[in-house]
Design a protein around this ligand. Structure first.
Ligand code: AMP
Length: 214
């Protein structure tokens, strides 16, 4: 099974991918995570991507498609793939078709998480994660049970993404509307798009995804 999770920043793609990974043993391919790792490791890709990401703009199609190609190539053929944050442009969607074909895979579902943009700014600007295990929290909606201590692993260090500020979030949404939303009709024409209410609770979104993929 190979699926794309589509939706603007903060729609819940990362959260839901993690749940699919846990439930179905699929593998999450997040270009955002790969790029953040490259920035941290100061690789040539990271050095090129850092400023672009801080502005909320898109990194080049060639870079992200090469990252996806390499990661897919390293996966066992039987393991399902969840594409999270990729493709984000029409050239990336075309590249993904070619990459999937090369790796003997086919696209089963494109799932769009539909959300309200103003609510997203509120969601994104309050989010933070445990620096140790990556568990997600929120200043207003989901604080750790014990102040400053991760519920999952007991870690005491937390981090925030540098691009989770209002100005950058608005730019990331603009990029989504201008460059990513236009790829949906291509998948619609193939009859593989499902739409899910991304404003529902995390549990309810997971249930809706389950119904699509199982
Ligand atoms: P994300 O974690 O998916 O929100 O991505 C964070 C940032 O990484 C984006 O704002 C872009 O600058 C960059 N990025 C991630 N995925 C892509 C992609 N598929 N194409 C271009 N840029 C990307």
């Amino acid at each position: 099974m190979n699926i794309i999770l589509l939706g603007p920043p903060g729609a819940g793609k990362g959260t839901q991918s993690a749940r699919l990974v846990e439930q179905y043993g699929m593998h999450q391919l997040s270009t955002g995570d790969m790029l953040r790792a490259a920035v941290k490791a100061k690789t040539p890709v990271g050095l090129e991507a850092k400023a672009v990401m801080e502005r909320g703009e898109l990194v080049s199609d060639e870079i992200v498609s090469a990252l996806i190609d390499a990661e897919l190539g390293a996966m066992a053929p039987a393991t399902g793939a969840i594409f999270d944050g990729y493709p984000r442009t029409e050239p990336q969607a075309r590249a993904l078709d070619a990459i999937l074909e090369r790796h003997g895979r086919k696209l089963d579902h494109v799932i769009e998480l539909e959300v309200d943009e103003d609510a997203l700014v509120d969601r994104i600007t309050g989010r933070f994660t445990c620096a140790n295990c990556g568990a997600g929290y929120h200043d207003r909606y989901h604080l750790p049970k014990v102040d400053g201590v991760c519920d999952r692993c007991g870690g005491t260090e937390f981090k925030r993404r540098p691009d989770d500020n209002e100005e950058t979030v608005r730019m990331r949404m603009q990029e989504y509307r201008a460059k990513t939303a236009p790829i949906l009709p291509v998948y619609d024409a193939r009859g593989i798009v499902s739409r899910v209410d991304g404003m529902a609770s995390i549990e309810d979104v997971t249930k809706a995804l389950d119904a699509i993929v199982s």
